[in-house]
Design a protein around this ligand. Structure first.
Ligand SMILES: [Zn+2]
Length: 362
């Protein structure tokens, strides 16, 4: 096959117009030299430099030892021809390095694969790691972590000592026993709020207490908050947020390292904001607790109605950490349809009244 091209001998920069014949055995380049004589140079295909340059459909090959001879040929089919003639040569154009020279289906396929992998890691692997870490996260660390968070959150609050004592008694009477060292505090604040920390601390604002009219409502609130503790919801949130790091620790099986890391970062993580699913779990847990004690769970409904009213009045504190009240009212309504027999819990009633006496009037 004959091609027109430009040849340089490497001795001078001059480019000679030439004819090139590609054969299996050799590449023959014929040109007219400076003296006006025809000259033919034969290249051995095996000595072609494997990387050749392609620009605007012109291919530039180089050959042999320094100073290199070069050959420029403009023909878009040439690479295919060379591949066919010299299949064992690793010839590669600079264009083949270029991302944009890759074909479209390949790029789309690559992007899809990467996206799928990222989604898989995000949706499957990380939640799995968070669950794995939660199952292996020691309770002692959880308690220490909760203690640190408690100290940090209570330090700027006005704690009501007498009411807190009664509140803790109320909680312990409600739940009987716990694998966590539970403590329920009452703090002074106009806010209508309450929250639970990992490891057993619950904090109730007296602004919320003042909105309550029966011990059933308080039992519903503490049942809900305690379920967050028992079901380790905050810890789950924390581990979900550090799941990339957790993944690394889990891979090497270092639960102590993970625990230390979490302990260090717990305070800076937003872990009290619960998803709808976790809220529903806590509501169901609270409801079951009320049932076990034969406490009328209508108290839970009244509590939610109060909170909903507060929310529309523009004080959404409780709802900002325990979202989606309409859903929850509906959910509890469904559960109430199957409520077993209830009776007055005299002891809880008494403690509730004494707590109410400890908190200042609004
Ligand atoms: Zn909640």
């Amino acid at each position: 096959m004959i091609y027109q091209g430009l040849y340089t001998s490497g001795q001078s920069g001059h480019a000679f117009t030439c004819e090139v014949a590609f054969n299996r055995e050799h590449i023959s380049i014929t040109y007219t030299n400076a003296q006006g004589q025809n000259e033919t140079v034969n290249w051995e295909p095996a000595l072609l430099h494997p990387h050749y340059k392609t620009e605007n459909h012109t291919h530039q090959f180089s050959y042999g030892n320094f100073p290199y001879q070069t050959l420029k040929i403009s023909d878009s089919d040439l690479p295919a021809v060379l591949k066919q003639l010299y299949p064992s040569l690793p010839l590669m154009s600079n264009k083949q390095f270029s991302f944009f020279a890759w074909n479209k289906p390949f790029i789309i396929g690559l992007l899809l694969t990467v996206t799928t992998l990222v989604l898989l890691v995000w949706l499957v692997l990380l939640p799995w790691v968070a669950r794995f870490a939660l199952n292996h996260f020691p309770k002692e660390y959880e308690i220490t972590m909760g203690e640190q968070m408690y100290k940090a959150s209570i330090q700027n609050m006005q704690r009501n000592e007498a009411a807190s004592k009664q509140m803790t008694l109320f909680l312990k009477t409600l739940i009987d026993s716990s694998e966590y060292p539970v403590q329920a505090d009452v703090v002074h604040s106009k806010e209508v709020n309450a929250f639970a920390l990992p490891g057993g601390h619950i904090v109730v604002y007296d602004g919320l207490l003042k909105k309550m009219h029966s011990y059933e409502e308080l039992a519903a609130l503490l049942g809900h908050e305690y379920s967050h503790v028992k079901l380790r919801h905050s810890t789950r949130n924390i581990l979900r947020q550090v799941s990339v790091t957790a993944l690394l620790y889990a891979v090497v099986g270092d639960i102590n390292g993970l625990s230390a890391y979490v302990l260090q970062h717990a305070a800076s993580l937003n872990n009290l904001q619960y998803s709808r699913d976790l809220e529903r779990e806590a509501d169901a847990g609270g409801f079951d607790l009320l049932q076990q004690k034969h406490i009328d769970a209508h108290g839970m409904l009244r509590l939610f109605e109060t909170l909903k009213k507060e929310n529309t009045a523009g004080v959404p504190s409780f709802l900002s950490t325990h979202p989606a009240t309409d859903d929850r009212i509906e959910f509890i309504n469904e559960k109430l349809a199957g409520q077993q027999h209830t009776q007055t819990h005299e002891e809880l009633n008494k403690i509730f009244e004494s707590i109410q006496q400890q908190v200042p009037a609004p």
